[in-house]
Design a protein around this ligand. Structure first.
Ligand SMILES: *Cc1c(COP(=O)(O)O)cnc(C)c1O
Length: 379
């Protein structure tokens, strides 16, 4: 059976070019990057080349890039690392209600350790309430962490506005940009971002490797103790092949950005147009304008999305009802709840996130399948 994969927000296929670039570091160039002999030095050089490619994609300097094991580790390091290193300055942190669990659960941990967290509301499009953000800033606010783009509904947050507010109050600004990196242009200098999380497997790189950008001069405590890798900020023998893969994925993303955005948004617009024309009572979740190119999230009336996903899977279609991390959990998604969806609408939500491997024919197949499963079932 042909697999049609529409779950690129959960993970992406590894690009062949990325895999080829990684291959030598999984085979012949297996040296430890800390070693002084040839195959160690090759590994070290490859890591530094990857660091440049990662930095270039977001307009940072290589020194500001720290490799991690995943986006979740980047989020944990940014929040905990910064909070622990700066707790003398204050113990208040501001985030939003629609963050990824890697942020929300880290905040819960920090709360148990005596930090105070404010969770900002979002409007019906999923855009954070700027007034509420401004009003929640206190004397002892040290950090604002707002995601660049949401993983469920694709809404892009007003990052420039948020960082301006943070700068004016001398507060450090972190953004979980795992969904945005590689999908839309990001310039950390123009946007005045202080810390940023990313993950390779969301941009056609390998799983198990991520990066954290930390602007020069910002202090954070190391999250993994041990050796002195990553400028003594993250111990552990480097995942050389993974890092090389992340670097190559970033280089390719930068090169292909314009085409990527154009193609993915045309697939997405085609899908939304067809689905709203051919299936009654479809609601689009999230902002239509400020949205990641490949993301569509729609609610069908009187549909149980878990059941729908099961039937789609039988047809070789991979999609999602929310974030992949929520699969199996029956509670409605915290993101869909935060944008004001009823339990019924949240329970009938289908997230399809398109990628460059998808074709317009694939979308015709998807829409036909949905039509059959949703409309005709009831006749
Ligand atoms: C996927 C994702 C993460 C977690 O990244 P991992 O590399 O899977 O740990 C964090 N935040 C967002 C917004 C994500 O989409």
């Amino acid at each position: 059976m042909k697999i049609r994969y529409f779950d690129n927000a959960a993970t992406t296929s590894i690009s062949e070019k990325v895999l080829m670039k990684m291959f030598p570091y999984l085979t012949t160039s297996y040296g430890n990057a800390s070693a002084m002999y040839g195959i160690g030095r090759y590994a070290k050089r490859a890591i530094e080349e990857a660091r440049r490619d990662v930095a270039e994609l977001i307009n940072a300097t290589p020194k500001e890039i720290y490799f991690t094991s995943c986006g979740s580790e980047s989020d944990n390091t940014a929040l905990k690392g910064f909070a622990y290193a700066n707790k003398e300055k204050g113990k208040h942190i501001i985030t939003s209600k629609i963050e990824h669990h890697a942020i929300l659960e880290t905040c819960e941990t920090l709360e148990k350790q005596g930090f105070e967290i404010t969770y900002i509301n979002v409007n019906k499009d999923g855009v954070i309430d700027i007034n509420e953000l401004v009003n929640s800033i206190k004397e002892d606010t040290i950090l604002i962490s707002i995601m660049f783009a949401n993983n469920e509904i694709g809404t892009i947050e007003p990052i420039e506005e948020i960082s301006k507010i943070a700068k004016a109050k001398n507060i450090v600004f972190h953004t979980d940009a795992v969904q945005a990196v590689g999908n839309i242009p990001i310039n950390v200098q123009e946007l005045r971002i202080d810390m940023l999380s990313m993950s390779a497997h969301k941009l056609h790189g390998p799983k198990g490797v991520g990066a954290l950008y930390v602007k020069n001069g910002i202090d954070f405590e190391k999250y993994i103790n041990g050796g002195h890798q990553e400028k003594n900020k993250r111990a552990g023998t480097e995942n050389v092949a993974g890092i090389v893969g992340l670097g190559e994925a970033c280089r390719l993303a930068k090169k292909d950005m314009e085409y990527h955005i154009k193609y993915l948004s045309s697939l997405r617009n085609y899908y939304i147009k067809k689905i709203t024309a051919e299936i009654p009572n479809v609601k689009i979740n999230g902002s239509l304008e400020k949205r990641l190119p490949g993301n569509a999230n729609v609610s069908f009336k009187d549909v149980d999305s878990q059941e729908l996903l099961f039937k789609l899977d039988e047809l070789g279609i991979c999609a999602s009802s929310g974030s992949a991390c929520n699969t199996g959990i029956q509670a409605p998604s915290h993101v869909l709840t935060a944008i004001g969806l009823s339990k019924e609408d949240a329970g009938g939500a289908l997230r399809t996130t398109f990628g460059e491997d998808n074709t317009f024919d694939d979308i015709d197949f998807l829409v036909q399948a949905l039509k059959r499963l949703i409309c005709c079932n009831k006749e």
